[in-house]
Design a protein around this ligand. Sequence first.
Ligand SMILES: Cc1cc2nc3c(=O)[nH]c(=O)nc-3n(C[C@H](O)[C@H](O)[C@H](O)COP(=O)(O)O)c2cc1C
Length: 468
Amino acid sequence: MPGLTVPESDRKKLSGYDFYREVLGSPKHVVAPMVDQSELAWRTLSRRYGAQLVYTPMINAKMYADLRHKQKREEFFNTLLGEEGGAGDRPLIIQFCANDPDQLLTSAKLLEPYCDAVDINLGCPQDIARRGHYGSFLQDEWDLIYKLINTLHRNLSIPVTAKFRVFSTVEKTVEYAKMLESAGAQILTCHGRLREQRGHNTGLADWDKIRAVKEAVSVPVFANGNVLFHGDVERLLAATGADAVMSAEGNLYNPALFSPAPQPPASDTTSAESNSSAPSTSFSASPLSLAPYSIGLHPRHASLALEYLEIVKTQRTPTPLRCVKGHLFKLLKPALSRETDLRDRLQRVRYEKPETAMWEKYEEIVRDLDERMQRDEKAVEGQPLESLVTIDSVTNLPVLPHWLAQPYVRPPQPAPAKKESVAADTNVGKRSPPEADDAQEAETSKRAKLDNGEPHIEETQREVAAIG
Ligand SMILES: Cc1cc2nc3c(=O)[nH]c(=O)nc-3n(C[C@H](O)[C@H](O)[C@H](O)COP(=O)(O)O)c2cc1C
């Protein structure tokens, strides 16, 4: 397994491509840091379906370093039970947000034995980050950013990496990326959106800027933004020359995003799909218009949800209820607008002990949903899956049958006033990522409000911001 072939104690600190290849195993498929959503159980599920490297949710370095919050540390990252950062959870990059090099170093030192690298979040555009003075709100303080990165570069036994948003011009974006590299960042993740691209102004990521960054630096570059379907992964790699693609929302709605569809037997394209007891359904292309999108694996979402719940139940590391709830609402979204009674039941699950009681309640609801999905599948038995796909008239993107995991695409917003917010020509598909503004998700996200492509910020982190 990448990252584990060499005993930790014997491992020398590698940099750039040596690190990327020898420690990380040259990953191309990367799951993004996501507050409340890239927790251990989700990482495990994502790895099963093709993720080759996963980031933890952002940890606030100020809070982590503060001894008054010592008991909260295990909630951020569990070091006691041996699962987080253990053999099954590698390669792993732990992400921090910070604005103080000493606090960052203190926190990173505590967690360096449990990961392959430490990442710094320079991309969060939310108000909480403005108040806490971190994420993209450091974007204009290059001296401070240099110090944050360089302190870890000089003092950690593992590499430091950085994830950032682009500036309005290619030139400034490239200059910035070079500064991050010169500070010691050994991998750069470029999210091709501006700091201002959030909420209703999220728009599309600019792949041209990512390509310019890739061409300008010598360390590996991960490209991030606008990946909804499996076909987008190769397109993004080709358009930018990046070493890997990082996905956040695409992964949340279909954790098998990185898996190609298995080739159906030449003589039979429908039998596996009409077998409702099969664990997953692939969506293989035939109509040409769908080909760019349809080469990936789209398992049944209820099967994925049950698999995820099984992981939550069987691992020893506790998973917070808010994470589970958030995942279920996203995964099952294609069906929940039809099955509103089940959506309400999902919504009503409350925290209780023992926690297995909650997970069993969720399982029961998902099983009920699964039965209804099997009923719907049966009603169209024998029809080729491709004939059940419609094209959304607004987004022009395929809508798969409602029992399959698939991206949630909201209609594009009116064109933004600024030129730089407009999609790059290389972007495929004119679409924006979803916004979690549905009532049920809004409720789910009281602690962690999804704001179109940037972090859920949980209450604990609000507390940090208050002291930040
Ligand atoms: C639920 C959620 C939580 C996120 N949390 C973080 C985070 O902790 N750290 C970070 O750098 N970015 C975070 N992001 C931003 C993503 O990592 C990613 O940069 C962004 O969503 C764009 O990628 P996408 O187009 O694949 O969604 C989060 C995004 C989502 C949807």
